[in-house]
Design a protein around this ligand. Structure first.
Ligand SMILES: Cc1cc2nc3c(=O)[nH]c(=O)nc-3n(C[C@H](O)[C@H](O)[C@H](O)COP(=O)(O)O)c2cc1C
Length: 267
């Protein structure tokens, strides 16, 4: 994780984000980008960031899907309703049910739709405000339900060997706190530490190459000019990220590697 730079309101944590774009040969392949957008208000700064992302990426010839979790009424609560078949009717063990659903193609329609969106994306963008030091519950629920055992990970396939290796992911985060508070020694702690669970224990775990996060600090209080500069900076970061090569899309459903009740431990 990069270091935040106190004093700047909108901090692009990659020092030379422009380079990848300019060194790309003409005719590079178009990427497919999934933006998972977790904010209830379209007129928010998060809404503006996602709109700018869609405009910039499509303008550069890429294709974009937005999973707008609030607008689509995404249910963040995990449970039996995630599955159309039951692996064990006596004891609900979530990963065992996920393994069964991945093997048999029996996730609920909502999860199946979201997994298809993830599976076809070369670049995954998570757009969210920091709420109590982490992604909002609706996005956390999306992680838990969509990035299921048998889809997001299986035994023996993690990090460098993860199912999504060769693909990229980028977090775009807005905060109420200032860069100073999120700097090393700041009262909230260094932003890289705050975002580490998502960066390392989810995205890197699944095999994604994780871009340095884009952070818009103090979003509720910045000026209109600073917001515009932030949107411009975000656009450049996205274009640079989408210009980097991505691995060919692999067959993610390695059903033969999913063992029955892989994670279940009887009490
Ligand atoms: C429930 C809730 C929890 C929040 N927790 C934090 C926090 O832990 N750290 C922080 O810097 N800002 C926090 N904020 C402020 C938001 O991050 C900030 O208002 C938002 O990023 C601004 O973007 P928006 O205008 O698109 O909503 C919180 C806001 C809410 C509503």
């Amino acid at each position: 994780m990069g270091r935040s730079r106190p004093g700047k309101r909108c901090v692009n944590l990659v020092a030379h984000w422009g380079r990848g774009d300019s060194s790309e040969p003409p005719g590079r392949p178009a990427m497919h980008v999934l933006i998972v957008h977790a904010h209830p208000e379209p007129a928010s700064f998060n809404g503006a960031l996602t709109r700018r992302a869609v405009e910039a990426l499509t303008g550069a010839g890429h294709t974009v899907t937005v999973s707008d979790l609030h607008a689509e009424g995404f249910d963040p609560v995990a449970g039996r309703h995630d599955f159309t078949e039951v692996a064990d009717a006596h004891r609900f063990h979530y990963q065992t049910e996920q393994a069964h659903a991945a093997k048999t193609g029996t996730f609920s329609a909502e999860i199946t739709r979201e997994q298809a969106r993830v599976a076809e994306a070369d670049l995954l963008v998570l757009q969210f405000p920091l709420w109590w030091g982490s992604p909002p519950a609706i996005l956390k629920g999306w992680f838990e339900r969509v990035l299921a055992y048998g889809f997001g990970y299986v035994d023996g396939a993690r990090f460098d060997n993860g199912l999504f290796r060769g693909r990229r992911a980028l977090m775009s985060v807005t905060t109420g706190g200032t860069p100073e508070r999120f700097s090393e020694g700041g009262s909230y702690g260094e932003i890289g530490r705050v975002l580490y669970p998502v960066e390392h224990l989810m995205l890197a775990y699944m095999g994604y190459e994780v871009e340095e996060p884009f952070v818009a600090y103090g979003a509720p209080r910045i000026s209109a000019e600073a917001r515009m500069a932030c949107l411009d900076s975000f656009e450049q970061r996205l274009i640079a990220a989408a210009a980097k090569p991505a691995a060919p899309l692999a067959n993610l459903h390695l059903r033969e590697t999913i063992t029955d009740a892989a994670w279940a431990r009887q009490a």
